[in-house]
Design a protein around this ligand. Structure first.
Ligand code: AMP
Ligand code: ZN
Length: 468
């Protein structure tokens, strides 16, 4: 399998640190608002990367953090007159809902920066002991020039950075030994969340969070570190400087970065105000259409968001869903059970589309070509499956389409839907259970219905229900 490594600027053969296992860290969002679809791009593409490794039989330890202490969170908390914690908890919950709707698997671990402060303090202490960091008036800085390899990921030259940085000096930073030094710990300001540390009360810098959380949950060396390309510099460069100086070993073997989701060829971002939230898109489309749209481009290419492309994605996905529905219909009415002689040849053809799919994914996760292979398979299903097909042949087609689309995180089999009359019957059963004070059964029915997307509301006029 070939993966593009930002570090070497080329495609490399993927060789895991430990056979059969992948340790992967993806920088997560800062939680102060609903996420926009630009933030959703790394979530979708790296979830797909994870799914492909799992398809190949790897055990993937996937860690993705929530940055829940940050200037933007504090600002929002002040605006609303609530605590920073209330803001971050609220938007973590909202983000998880969006992730679920986009079929993003929960990470093996979603650490919160605020729950890992002790480890960050230890890491900073190690950096000071090794001479890579120093304290000035309650702030701890990283001594950038001491790290020989600084700039190796972003391919930047220290002296160019220095001349660029001079004009960017912010007040209060004159105390730094060098303009290139960055903050590991900052002192408390009035009204801000703070933790006790050997350098006084304060909070960690952003970069140290990921170095610590990656180390704690995945170890000192990991296979893949990923995020959007805006994170290459300074965030990932600084993470490397911190982790490698502290641990004395290579931090991550492969650095993967997704391209930007643009609008009118400009990066979608909160600060430019040119964004759509995932929630807004979800009002118009099933969110797997958004997922399909994102995967129709290579993850490293810029991708322009447009209504036309979303419609094209919707139609493309519909083609697959319709084919699956038709195959299921044929399967129910098929009279022949076993594979027929000519169908054996067709099975080989099906396998060739699977091979095309895998080849595309093995080439740095080329999901655009992988989707093309799925379309070919669907076209083949549409032309070869009919009323004379055996159940076994139809099953083979269905199984492959479902398996490949699952790697892309698409659910193509329509979920079982309850008829209105079935819902009413369950509601009546629940009412009976409540009358008999069998609340366990009543709750169970509510849960069952909820899983099928039916929400109950108890009112004075009786129970009302709606499809969520
Ligand atoms: P943030 O909350 O800004 O730290 O971003 C969370 C993740 O979303 C990071 O990996 C960013 O690189 C990524 N990201 C933000 N905006 C975009 C965009 N327009 N296109 C692609 N990725 C983005
Ligand atoms: Zn990070």
């Amino acid at each position: 399998m070939k993966v593009y490594n930002t570090m070497s600027k080329g495609k490399e053969e993927f060789v895991p640190l430990e056979e059969g296992k992948v340790k992967m860290y993806v920088c997560g969002p800062t939680v102060y608002n609903l996420i926009h679809i630009g933030n959703a791009r790394p979530m979708i593409v790296f979830d797909t990367v994870r799914r492909y490794f799992e398809y190949k039989g790897y055990e993937v330890n996937f860690v993705s953090n929530f940055t829940d202490v940050d200037d933007k969170i504090i600002k929002k908390a002040l605006e609303e007159g609530v605590s920073s914690e209330e803001i971050s908890k609220r938007y973590i919950a909202e983000c998880k809902k969006d992730m679920e709707a986009m079929h993003i698997k929960p990470a093996t671990k979603h650490p919160l920066a605020t729950e890992e402060i002790g480890g960050m303090i230890e890491l900073i202490r190690t950096l000071i002991e090794k001479g890579y960091a120093y304290e000035k008036n309650g702030t701890v800085y990283y001594r950038t020039r001491k790290f020989q390899d600084y700039g190796k990921l972003s391919h930047k030259n220290l002296d160019d950075l220095r001349s660029g940085n001079r004009s960017l000096l912010v007040t209060g930073e004159e105390e730094k030994e060098d303009p290139l030094d960055f903050v590991l710990w900052k002192p408390k300001k009035e009204g801000e969340p703070a933790w006790a540390s050997p350098w006084g009360e304060g909070r960690p810098g952003w970069h140290i969070e990921c170095s610590e959380m990656s180390k704690k949950y995945l170890g000192e060396q990991i296979d893949i570190h990923a995020g959007g390309e805006d994170l290459i510099f300074p965030h990932h460069e600084n993470e490397i400087a911190q982790s490698e100086a502290a641990n004395g070993k290579e931090f991550a073997k492969y650095w993967l970065h997704n391209g930007f989701l643009n609008i009118d060829n400009r990066k979608m971002s909160k600060s430019l105000g040119n964004f759509f939230t995932v929630r807004e898109i979800g009002e118009k489309y099933d969110l797997q259409v958004l997922r399909f749209f994102m995967l129709s481009a290579h993850y490293r290419s810029p991708l322009n968001f447009s209504a036309d492309l979303m419609e094209a994605a919707k139609n493309g996905l519909e083609r697959i869903l319709t084919a699956v529905e038709h195959l299921k219909f044929l399967q129910e009415s098929a009279s022949i059970e076993e594979i027929q002689a000519p169908e054996n040849e067709a099975l080989e053809k099906i396998q060739s589309y699977v091979t095309d799919f895998e080849k595309a994914m093995e080439d740095d996760f080329n999901t655009a070509d992988a989707i093309a292979a799925v379309f070919e398979l669907v076209k083949y299903a549409n032309t070869t499956a009919d009323g004379t097909s055996s159940k076994a042949y139809l099953e083979a087609l269905l199984e492959k389409i479902v398996c490949l689309t699952d790697v892309l995180g698409l659910v193509v089999e329509k979920k079982e839907e309850l008829l209105d009359t079935e819902i009413e019957a369950l509601i009546q059963e629940r009412q009976r259970a409540r009358k008999e004070k069998n609340f366990a059964r009543a709750d169970e029915i509510r849960e069952e219905l909820l899983e099928l997307g039916i929400v109950l509301k108890d009112t004075r006029e009786g129970v009302q229900w709606k499809r969520a």
